[in-house]
Design a protein around this ligand. Structure first.
Ligand SMILES: [Fe+2]
Ligand SMILES: [Fe+2]
Length: 354
C-alpha cells in the first residue's frame, strides 16, 4: 500500500482531482448581467466595513508552511493515509473551484462592489488551494492546477443558486475547519500533520466570505422570500446530505483525529445552521428522527451503489439507476419534514464565535 501510494505521480493526483465531480464541487459559470444589477446600497455601511477587513488582509503571512510540509507519507497513520490524501485532494478541488468562479465573476462584471469582493475572495481561495497543494507536494504528489482548470467541466448555475450554494459552502467550510481545529486543540496527540494547525485563521477567511454573501442577500431580500424559500431549503438539504454521505466514506481519517464521523457531521450542521439563521428564513430540523434516518438511508444507498460500480457486470448499470431513484425518493421524503422558521434579522453580521 505504502509503495503504491508513494509511486502515485502528480499526474495521477490531477486525475483524482478531476474525478471529484459527482459529490464534490464542480466549476461554475453564471449570468454576469444579473450580478451587475445587484445593489448594495441598503447595506452600504456594513458592506464598506467588510471590504476594509478584506483589504487589511490579516492572513497575508499565515499560509507559509516552510519546510514542515516536507515529510514522508509514512508519517501519516497507515489506516488514515489514503483517506487523508483524498481529503486533501477534494478540499483542494473545492478551494480551487471557488477561486475560479470568483475570478471569472471579477473579470466579467461591471458592478464595482461585486468586482471588488470577488477580487478579494479569489485572492483568498487561491492562497488556500496553493496551501493544500503545498501539503500534497510535500509528499511529492502536487496537483497541476492550471491543467485542472482547463480540463474540468464547467456548469452553468443561475446567480441565485450561486448565492445560496456559495453562502452555505463558505459557512460549512468554516464549521468543518473550526470543529477539527477545536478537536485537535483538546487532543494534540492526534494532530498527525501540521496543516491542521492552520485551520483556525484559515476558517476565519471562509467565515468572512460567507458574511459577504449574507450581506448581498440581505440587500436584495427578494432572494429570501416566496418560492425562493423552497430553493433555500433544497440547497441546505443537498449540501448537508452530500457532506454526510461523503464524510462517511472517510471513517478512518476521522478516527485518526479522534472524531466519530456522525457526531462530527452533526456538530458541523449545528454550527452551520446557527450561522445561517443570520440570513435564511428557515432552518432544517436536523434533530428530527426522520431527518437522521433519511441521511443514514442515503448513506446506505450510496454505499450499495459504490459496491455495484466496483463489481460491474451485465446489470450493474440498471442496479445503479435503481439506487439513484431510491436516493432521490429518500431525499424527497426528507424535504417534506417541516422546517423551522427564522425571523429576518435587522443586523446581519455575526462574529466567528465557535
Ligand atoms: Fe477557502
Ligand atoms: Fe471561501
Amino acid at each position: 500500500m505504502t509503495t503504491k501510494l508513494k509511486q502515485r505521480s502528480s499526474d495521477q493526483s490531477t486525475e483524482k482531482a478531476k474525478e471529484h465531480a459527482i459529490l464534490d464541487p464542480q466549476f461554475y459559470t453564471t449570468d454576469y448581467d444579473a450580478l451587475d444589477r445587484l445593489d448594495m446600497s441598503p447595506v452600504r455601511k456594513e458592506w464598506d466595513q467588510l471590504m476594509s477587513e478584506f483589504e487589511r488582509d490579516s492572513n497575508i503571512d499565515h499560509f507559509d508552511p516552510g519546510a514542515e510540509f516536507e515529510r514522508p507519507l509514512e508519517s501519516i497513520p497507515e489506516a488514515a493515509r489514503e483517506e487523508f490524501l483524498q481529503f486533501l485532494i477534494s478540499s483542494l478541488t473545492s478551494e480551487f473551484s471557488g477561486c475560479i468562479l470568483y475570478s471569472n465573476i471579477r473579470k466579467n462584471v461591471k458592478n464595482p462592489d461585486i468586482a471588488r469582493l470577488m477580487g478579494y475572495m479569489a485572492r483568498d481561495e487561491s492562497r488556500h488551494a496553493n496551501f493544500i497543494n503545498r501539503a500534497l507536494k510535500g509528499f511529492g504528489m502536487g496537483v497541476d492546477l492550471s491543467r485542472l482548470s482547463k480540463e474540468k467541466k464547467y456548469k452553468y448555475f443561475k446567480p441565485k443558486y450561486i448565492y445560496y450554494a456559495t453562502y452555505l459552502s463558505e459557512k460549512i467550510g468554516y464549521a468543518r475547519y473550526i470543529t477539527i481545529f477545536r478537536q485537535l486543540e483538546r487532543n494534540p496527540e492526534n494532530r498527525f500533520h501540521p496543516i491542521y494547525e492552520y485551520f483556525e485563521q484559515w476558517c476565519n477567511d471562509e467565515f468572512r466570505h460567507g458574511e459577504a454573501f449574507a450581506l448581498l442577500m440581505h440587500a436584495n431580500p427578494k432572494l429570501l422570500k416566496g418560492y425562493n424559500k423552497l430553493w433555500i431549503k433544497f440547497f441546505v438539504q443537498a449540501v448537508y446530505a452530500t457532506m454526510y454521505v461523503r464524510d462517511h466514506k472517510r471513517l478512518n481519517l476521522h478516527a485518526a483525529l479522534g472524531l466519530n464521523t456522525t457526531e462530527y457531521d452533526y456538530k458541523v450542521f449545528q454550527i452551520t445552521s446557527a450561522c445561517a439563521e443570520q440570513i435564511f428564513p428557515l432552518s432544517l430540523d436536523i434533530d428530527h428522527p426522520a431527518f437522521r434516518a433519511g441521511l443514514e438511508r442515503l448513506r446506505r444507498i450510496s454505499d450499495a451503489g459504490d459496491a455495484v460500480k466496483k463489481k460491474g457486470g451485465l446489470f450493474g448499470g440498471t442496479r445503479r439507476a435503481l439506487y439513484m431513484i431510491m436516493g432521490a425518493a429518500t431525499f424527497a421524503r426528507m424535504y417534506l419534514i417541516p422546517s423551522k422558521r427564522n425571523e429576518l434579522q435587522a443586523e446581519v453580521r455575526m462574529a466567528p464565535a465557535w
